[in-house]
Design a protein around this ligand. Structure first.
Ligand SMILES: Cc1cc2nc3c(=O)[nH]c(=O)nc-3n(C[C@H](O)[C@H](O)[C@H](O)COP(=O)(O)O)c2cc1C
Length: 278
C-alpha cells in the first residue's frame, strides 16, 4: 500500500479471525521492516519474541492470556509478538561500539568532528565534544542505568510504531497491548525465557481482521492546531486547506469513526464470538 494511505488506514484491530493462520513469512516480513527503525547511536535495543498461540501448551497460553486479563483481541489473535527492551544494548559502551560502526560506513561525518577517539573520550571521560558534533558527553558520560532503561524503552516503542505499520502493509490486522499486568510480568518472562534485565514494552497482536479494515472509521485525534505549533508553543501551526484536501484524496484523512454501519458490525462480532450483548 502507498505510504500515505497506509498511515491513514491503520487502525488498532480488536477483532481477529481466530481460525485463520498467519504465514511465518508474513511475520518475518514485518520484522524485517522493523529492523530498519531509527534510534540514537544505532543502539537497536528492541528484542521480540514471536509466539504462535496454537503452538503453546495450554498452560502457557492461559498464563499469557491471564496476564493480559483475557482481553478479547488477545484471545482471538493467532500471533503475539512480545516486544522487550534490552537495557544492556543502551549502555554507553554499546553507544561507543555502534557509533564506531557508523563511522566505518560513512554515516556520521568526520567533517562534523566525529572520530573514534573523540567518541571514546566523550563517553568514558566526559571530554567536551568539538563544535559540530553531538554533545554526547552530557548524556552518556556516567550515564545511570535508569537513563539507559528509559532510552531502551522509548526506542523500542518507536520500533513498535514501525511494526504496526508493517503489519498493515502485509494486509494483516494488529493492535498493541501491554505485555502483562505488573503482578504477572515475571511469570511471562519465565514462559518466554526472557532475561530478567529485559524491560517489558508491548505485545503486538497480529492476525487476519474479523472486523472490516476500516474498523468503524478513523479514531479521534486531538485537533492539529492544538498539537503542533509554529516557532513557539502556543502559536498554532495553521493547516492549509489545499493540503488537507489532497491528503483526503490520497487516503491519509478518512471518514471519522463511527461509520454508520459500525454498531451493526459490532453487534455481529459480539454475537459471533459469544460475548454478552447489552
Ligand atoms: C502501546 C499501546 C498499548 C495499547 N494497549 C491496548 C490495550 O491493552 N487494549 C486495547 O484494547 N487497546 C490498546 N491499545 C490501542 C489504543 O487504544 C488505540 O491505539 C487507540 O484507540 C487509538 O486508535 P487507533 O490505533 O485505531 O488509531 C494500545 C495502543 C498502544 C499504542
Amino acid at each position: 500500500m502507498e505510504f500515505t494511505r497506509l498511515v491513514g488506514t491503520r487502525r488498532s484491530i480488536r477483532w481477529f479471525k481466530s481460525w485463520e493462520p498467519v504465514a511465518r513469512e508474513s511475520i518475518q516480513r514485518i520484522l524485517e521492516h522493523t529492523r530498519w527503525t531509527t534510534c540514537p547511536g544505532n543502539l537497536q535495543p528492541w528484542r521480540a519474541i514471536v509466539v504462535y498461540r496454537d503452538e503453546l501448551s495450554e498452560e502457557d497460553r492461559d498464563l499469557l492470556l491471564k496476564a493480559d486479563n483475557w482481553q478479547g483481541a488477545h484471545v482471538q489473535a493467532p500471533v503475539w509478538i512480545y516486544w522487550y527492551a534490552d537495557i544492556e544494548a543502551a549502555r554507553p559502551e554499546a553507544f561507543v561500539r555502534n557509533t564506531h560502526d557508523l563511522l566505518d560506513v560513512g554515516a556520521i561525518p568526520a567533517a562534523y568532528g566525529w572520530a573514534r577517539d573523540t567518541i571514546k573520550a566523550a563517553i568514558q571521560e566526559g571530554v567536551e565534544t568539538p563544535e559540530g558534533m553531538a554533545s554526547i558527553q552530557e548524556i552518556l558520560h556516567n550515564m545511570p542505568p535508569e537513563v539507559s532503561a528509559m532510552m531502551a524503552y522509548s526506542e523500542t516503542v518507536g520500533a513498535c510504531a514501525v511494526s504496526t505499520l508493517a503489519a498493515f502493509n502485509e494486509g494483516l490486522g494488529t493492535c498493541l497491548h501491554t505485555i502483562a499486568r505488573p503482578s504477572f510480568q515475571d511469570k511471562v518472562k519465565q514462559v518466554l525465557g526472557v532475561p530478567e534485565r529485559f524491560i517489558p514494552v508491548w505485545n503486538q497482536l497480529v492476525g487476519v481482521p474479523a472486523e472490516s479494515m476500516a474498523a468503524g472509521g478513523q479514531r479521534p485525534r486531538q485537533p492539529f492546531e492544538e498539537t503542533f505549533f509554529w516557532g513557539r508553543y502556543g502559536q498554532p501551526m495553521e493547516r492549509d486547506d489545499k493540503v488537507v484536501e489532497q491528503l483526503t484524496i490520497d487516503g491519509l484523512l478518512q471518514a471519522p469513526a463511527p461509520l454508520p454501519q459500525r454498531w451493526e458490525e459490532l453487534r455481529f462480532l459480539t454475537r459471533m464470538y459469544g460475548y454478552p450483548e447489552d
